[in-house]
Design a protein. Structure first.
Length: 311
């Protein structure tokens, strides 16, 4: 190529770099335009002219937004409000209600109930996936993070709905209900067996992120809801406030004792529905708290990252 160039131009021109892109003239297919060596000195194309070059554009033939990887923002319900700005992206609404149907939330909650039903039907068939998750979690989290004999395990979180808010989306419990359902799929009797034997600790099932133990007063709610009914078989213990609480006995002589400062363990499914990610939080450890993130990729759980947080 160099010899061919010299026959047509001078050596000086052939070795020059007029567009200053680091690709010399005789190798540069676009010598007048600054480009990249990967494509012989030419600039990356932008076929849809949206300002996002094709190699970084998820929709290279459709004009879009750089913040959406070069794709146009969708409007699923066709109400003229883009999903990113729409508080109810699957229900047509007006701008005065942020894309939600005005005032009457009946249709909104009916749609949410349908979505939750489909979500449960899909994931109830994936119990083995959550069984595999517990193995991956406790293969990556060191036992040293659980120095005490008792662990508070968060299996239930309450949610608060303000009925004085007219915005239907602000009353949504869909995300909470999805997360609670996944909690139930994960925290089975088998999982309590597995974790207690793996860590050799007593386990207190709790709610409110591990702060409050589940007592016999909640068991009736669980029985009616059809979940966590196996907890009824757990031993009971009477604490200082005279409330009867249940715990999982690891099968030794160590005293089962609930304390607000027990090490707290929470498997957080908040990101699972959107990103196939699960975050495991361990709190009340000496130096702060830790979080471990796992993602379900190509049919198996992968450890993504560990983070240390200060209080």
């Amino acid at each position: 190529m160099f010899r061919k160039c010299k026959k047509q131009y001078s050596k000086k021109i052939c070795l020059s770099d007029e567009d200053q892109d680091g690709v010399i003239f005789y190798l540069d297919k676009c010598p007048k335009e600054s480009g990249f060596s990967e494509i012989s000195g030419c600039p990356w194309p932008d076929n849809d002219e949206d300002g996002v070059i094709d190699k970084e554009d998820a929709c290279p033939h459709e004009k879009g937004d750089a913040q959406n990887n070069g794709c146009p923002w969708p409007d699923t319900d066709g109400d003229g409000i883009l999903d990113k700005d729409d508080a109810c992206p699957t229900l047509p609404g007006g701008p005065e209600a942020n894309g939600c149907p005005s005032n009457n939330c009946d249709e909104f909650f009916k749609k949410e109930a349908e979505i939750l039903k489909e979500f449960k039907e899909k994931h109830i068939l994936e119990k083995e996936k959550f069984k595999a998750l517990r193995t991956v979690i406790f293969d990556h989290i060191p036992r040293e993070l659980f120095p005490k004999n008792n662990i508070s395990v968060s299996i239930h979180t309450y949610t608060f709905i303000n009925d004085n808010i007219s915005n239907c989306a602000s009353k949504s419990t869909l995300g909470f209900n999805k997360s609670l359902f996944l909690d139930q799929l994960f925290w089975t009797k088998d999982t309590f067996d597995y974790v207690a034997k793996k860590l050799k600790k007593n386990l207190f099932p709790t709610y409110d992120f591990g702060k409050l133990p589940i007592g016999t007063d909640l068991l009736n709610d669980y029985r009616q809801g059809g979940y966590y009914d196996f907890i009824e078989s757990f031993p009971q213990t009477l604490e200082l406030n005279r409330n009867i609480m249940v715990y999982y006995d690891r099968g030794n002589k160590e005293k089962a004792e609930f304390h607000p400062y027990n090490t707290r363990l929470k498997v957080n499914f908040g990101l699972y529905a959107a990103k196939n990610r699960v975050s495991v939080e361990i709190r009340n450890v000496p130096k702060g708290y830790y979080s471990y993130t796992f993602e379900y990729i190509a049919g198996q759980w992968k450890f993504i990252k560990k983070e240390e947080h200060s209080y």
